[in-house]
Each structure stands twice: as structure tokens, then as C-alpha cells.
Design a protein around this ligand. Structure first.
Ligand SMILES: [Zn+2]
Length: 374
């Protein structure tokens, strides 16, 4: 039997001391090889593999409490239920006669997946209570705070100003009505996200996180307002929940056939990082952009913020790294055109896209409005 080797490092319990090593899987046993020392650490099923979080290093908690960390994300995927090495391990335990089934399973799952996925998504969404969304927000935030987010360095004054903008948008939403029957708990949080850069992300229950870099690099209220309205649009259209179920659907189908579905679902939901690694579809992006436009208009605020945002984002971040805004919210030229078309359709004047200087004293209101109401 071939061995599955993953290079990484091992952290001692409750310590930041680590040493380079290899995690080796042989059948259903796992070993740590460090130099000439080979240590049997137990059954593959006893490894606690953290949910994948974008392109960040992956952690695996060993039965003895030590943590193995690696950048070889693909190799780790193979250890998960449904992954190749996990399937091999199960097969070894249960008998070689199951090999044809093990080979057929992914194909069966994929065929079923395509047919079943829309059904699973709407089923999952309809049975998820609002309380479930709040729990998902909480666990997602906890995971993010542990792994990538730090306390904000924005002044309390700036936070208050932006919270006022946010509340103004929510008040306008009361006027325009909600798309969803759910009772979202909208909450705006600020965090320093280091390498993630300028970004904003919404969680399914209504928690919206804005990074310090977004506020600092796009320091104009009308731009931040447009981004916030866009995120409110994702929440109110239940885009995140839909994406969570889409991602879970694939795992679910595989594990339903291979077993352990409950455990996987629980892991993915509680760990919460599923939410982070998802990116929206172009359709969702366009939907959230239009939602943003409508909401800004209802709030009597400038409606051209997204144009300035996308222009500057494309100029300063032409090749987005993983985790950045453009990875999770794909930017396309037609999104800029869409907003401009809507401004023109409303009888307004589109923004001057060649000037990149922030306007003075911009408080997000329509003092130098490009849009005229009919
Ligand atoms: Zn988006």
C-alpha cells in the first residue's frame, strides 16, 4: 500500500514551539515522521481536521492534543470523509471487496449531486430556523476572530460615523420592505484583517464585518455606504445561506452514501469557516449591486459609490490574492456599467471616472448629487 505523506510542522500542546515533520497515512493508521523518529499517533478517524479556510494553512488536531499544520491543502482534502485516502482507509477496514463501490461512489454522488442539489438547497434553507443563522454568525465570527481578524484600529468616532450610515440604510430598508421573511439581526462590526486587505463580508444572520483597510483606503462615506448596502443585499437575499447549502450539498451527498454525514454537517456548520471560503455567483453580485442601488436611493444617499469602489479596486488590486474582496465578490466591467446605466435611467449624471481624488467633506449624503429623483 502506498503511503500518503503530508509535509508540515507540529506544534507542542499549548505552546508555540514547533518542529518540521511529515504526517504519514498508511492504511487507516496515521504516523508522525520527524527525522528518524516515527511515531504511531492512532487511527485516521481520530484526527480532527479543521474545516478548510480559503488558502490559509490547515490545522489537524492529533489524538494526543498536538496540532499539525500544513500548507498542502489538497493533500489534507484527501483525508476527509469522501476524500481518496479516507476512502482507502475505510475500505481497508471493511474489506477489499468494497473497492468497486469506493470507486463508483464519487461518480454516483456527482451524478446525484447535479440532480439533487437545487432540492437540497431549498430544503436546507426552509428548515434552517433564524436561530440557526444567528448561531452560524456567532461561530463564523469566532473562527474568524481566532484565525484572521484582530481588533479594529479605527477611532471610536469613525466607527460611530459609519454605524450611523449603516443605521440610515437599515431605516430605509424598513421603508422599501425586505426580500426575505426572516428576522435578520443586522450588526456592523469593524476588524483589522491584516493581509486580507480591504473587504467586507456578510454572514447569513445579518452580521456584517468591514475591515480597517476598506475604511482607510476607500475613505468616502458614499463608497462605504454603497458597500454596506451591497452586503445588506446579500443578507436579505439569503445568498450566504444558499452558498452554504450548495457547498454542503456536495459533501452531504457523498457522505450520505459513505456515512458520517451528520458529523460533517455539524463540523462545517459549527466551525463556520464554510461561510468564509465561499464566493458569490455573478448573479448574486449583480443582485446585491442592484439592491445596493435601490437602498441608497431609498435612503436619499448618493447612488454612485460602487462605481468609485470598483474603479479604485481594479486599479489598486488588479490581481486579487485569495481572501480579498475581488475573490469573494467577482468584479466584472458589466457591474460598473450596470450602476451607470441605472443612474442614467434615473435621470442622473454618472460620476467622473477619471478623477480619483476623494471629494471634501463627503458625508454620503447627496450634497453634490449625481442623481436627480424623478
Ligand atoms: Zn458581493
Amino acid at each position: 500500500m502506498a503511503l500518503h505523506r503530508i509535509s508540515g510542522r507540529i506544534f507542542e500542546q499549548q505552546s508555540s514551539d514547533y518542529s518540521d515533520c511529515e504526517l504519514v497515512v498508511d492504511g487507516d493508521r496515521a504516523f508522525v515522521h520527524s527525522g528518524a523518529i516515527k511515531q504511531d499517533i492512532g487511527n485516521l478517524a481520530q484526527l480532527k481536521i479543521q474545516a478548510r479556510l480559503g488558502s490559509f494553512a490547515q490545522k489537524i488536531t492529533l489524538p494526543d492534543g498536538r496540532v499539525f499544520e500544513t500548507e498542502d491543502l489538497d493533500a489534507v482534502e484527501q483525508l476527509r470523509p469522501g476524500g481518496f485516502w479516507n476512502t482507502v482507509a475505510k475500505t481497508e477496514k471493511t474489506g477489499w471487496h468494497l473497492i468497486p463501490l469506493a470507486i463508483a461512489t464519487p461518480f454516483m454522488a456527482f451524478g446525484l449531486y447535479k440532480l439533487m442539489i437545487p432540492v437540497l438547497i431549498s430544503m436546507g434553507m426552509s428548515i434552517t430556523p433564524d436561530q440557526g443563522l444567528y448561531a452560524l454568525d456567532k461561530s463564523t465570527l469566532r473562527t474568524l476572530d481566532r484565525i484572521v481578524l484582530d481588533e479594529t484600529e479605527l477611532t471610536a468616532e469613525r466607527q460611530d460615523e459609519l454605524t450611523t450610515v449603516f443605521n440610515k440604510l437599515l431605516a430605509a430598508k424598513e421603508k422599501t420592505g425586505s426580500k426575505s421573511d426572516r428576522n435578520f439581526k443586522y450588526k456592523l462590526l469593524f476588524r483589522d484583517a491584516g493581509p486580507i486587505g480591504p473587504n467586507a463580508f456578510a454572514m447569513p444572520g445579518g452580521t456584517i464585518v468591514v475591515t480597517d483597510d476598506l475604511v482607510q483606503e476607500f475613505d468616502e462615506d458614499h463608497i462605504i455606504a454603497a458597500v454596506l448596502a451591497h452586503e445588506i443585499g446579500h443578507v436579505d437575499s439569503e445568498h450566504q445561506l444558499r452558498q452554504v447549502y450548495r457547498a454542503l450539498g456536495m459533501w452531504f451527498m457523498i457522505t450520505m452514501i459513505a456515512g458520517d454525514a451528520g458529523e460533517i454537517l455539524e463540523d462545517a456548520l459549527l466551525e463556520g469557516s464554510a461561510v468564509l471560503s465561499l464566493s458569490y455567483s455573478r448573479e448574486h453580485e449583480m443582485g446585491a449591486d442592484n439592491y445596493s442601488y435601490d437602498l441608497l436611493k431609498a435612503a436619499d444617499m448618493r447612488t454612485d459609490g460602487l462605481v468609485g469602489f470598483f474603479d479604485r479596486l481594479q486599479k489598486n488590486y488588479p490581481l486579487p490574492k485569495k481572501g480579498e474582496w475581488a475573490m469573494s465578490h467577482p468584479v466584472a466591467d458589466n457591474r460598473i456599467e450596470n450602476i451607470i446605466e441605472r443612474i442614467i435611467a434615473d435621470g442622473g449624471t454618472p460620476p467622473d471616472r477619471n478623477s480619483d481624488t476623494p471629494s471634501d467633506g463627503d458625508d454620503g449624503t447627496k450634497s453634490d448629487e449625481p442623481v436627480k429623483e424623478e
